[in-house]
Ligand binder design. Structure first.
Ligand code: KG4
Ligand code: ZN
Length: 363
């Protein structure tokens, strides 16, 4: 029998005690009181993340180890380095998520792990760790598609009905899809070359923002957003790509190339070497952020019009979900909000910490 501690009129039983208490009753499985509890594990890129979530979406515990600082120093993700860091941290991160949840491993209902897409060496660490755990604990294994997890995260924080349009913009991916069900996606457009986060990371690297005192520990995209606030986007006149393409595809390699040319030109004008911070770095950051936002908004506008014309989305109050690391950018969110207001749609974005890779979305 569970006794609840009553101290100064406030009692706060631990989550573990609550679960023990609920289990002591002989309820039928699936009733409100017997939650299924899933451990989610994510290692597809450069974050080792784990979370324990119940079937109603309550996050019981979470932990994450970001490799950003290491990869910033080496000038990009080196897959064997990412693999080694995942190996060094996965046990601790899973343990931390479980401890924070006060759930014992034997009480888990299943283990869910990202199996694709991502860096093969990184994915492998999460997968082999999970399969070992699954074998030890004799629990079911749920293979998770990383992009589906990003797309569905919004259902954890908002009540969103199918169908909705999703824009996934991250360091490794860029796509627009109509989400018709939990694993029913209609791909409308994707990047023809690199992802927007990859492009922003490369521009930030070329600007040597790691040496900037305000940005040294930030990912490239975050550093660009931070610096852009102090810059003037109108100092450079850049035309976004694919102006005439009658589809919903994206392209970011051209923007990167153009920014490179601008940086070389500015280095000449300011008489400085590559590796030093340009006095015009903030203006360049503002310009690349603005061009990225314009391009993303134009392609998304086409997808909204296409879906409405074909009655794939409701004419009023259709939902656009934006997620992925780049969707944590407030300038890009604001630009998408202007678009959704003009097209009678609603923009929903998970909070920034759920936009970037995490264990919660997998669980
Ligand atoms: O979703 P995510 O954590 O990992 C992938 O699946 O790629 O996204 C990471 C990417 C990086 O390229 C990073 O520079 C970018 O998201 N990013 C941002 C911001 N925060 C992270 N890009 C623009 N603005 C931000 N605030
Ligand atoms: Zn991701």
């Amino acid at each position: 029998m569970l006794t609840l501690n009553k101290t100064a009129g406030v009692f706060k039983p631990s989550k573990r005690k609550i679960y023990e208490f609920l289990r002591s009753f002989n309820f039928h499985p699936g009733t409100l009181f017997l939650h299924k509890i899933v451990l989610g594990i994510e290692t597809s890129c450069d974050d080792t993340a784990a979370a324990v979530v119940d079937e109603t979406g309550n996050v019981l515990g979470e932990a994450i180890h970001s490799q950003t600082e290491v990869h910033l120093k080496t000038g990009g993700i080196i897959p064997p380095v990412a693999q080694q860091l995942h190996r060094e941290n996965i046990q601790r991160i899973v343990q931390e998520a479980l401890s924070a949840s006060s759930i014992s491993p034997s009480d888990l209902s299943a283990i869910a792990t990202t199996i694709k897409p991502g860096l093969a060496l990184s994915l492998g660490v999460g997968l082999s760790f999970s399969l070992q755990l699954v074998g030890q604990l004799k629990k079911p294994f749920i293979p998770i598609h990383h992009m589906e997890a990003h797309a569905l995260t919004i259902r954890l924080t908002n009540k969103v009905e199918f169908p909705f349009l999703v824009l996934l913009i991250s360091g490794g991916h860029c796509l627009l899809a109509l989400v018709q069900g939990v694993s029913d996606f209609l791909l409308l457009g994707k990047s023809l070359d690199i992802a927007p986060g990859d492009m922003l990371d490369k521009v930030a690297r070329r600007l040597s923002l790691i040496k900037h005192p305000e940005c040294s520990t930030m990912s490239g995209g975050k550093a660009i957003e931070h610096l852009a606030r102090q810059g003037n986007r109108f100092h450079f006149d850049i035309i976004p790509p694919l102006q005439r393409a009658k589809n919903c595809d994206f392209s970011f390699a051209g923007i990167q190339h153009l920014m490179n040319k601008i940086i070389i030109q500015k280095e000449k004008e300011e008489g400085i070497e590559q590796g030093q911070i340009l006095s015009s770095a903030a203006d360049i950051a503002a310009a690349v952020q603005h061009t990225t936002a314009c391009h993303i908004v134009k392609r998304t506008h086409r997808a909204i019009l296409f879906c409405k014309q074909r009655d794939l989305l409701p004419q009023n109050n259709a939902v656009l979900v934006a997620s992925g690391g780049v969707a944590s950018n407030f300038y890009i969110r604001r630009a998408l909000e202007v678009l959704t207001n003009a097209t009678q749609c609603t923009l929903l974005c998970p909070p920034p910490r759920l936009c970037t890779d995490n264990g919660i979305m997998i669980a």
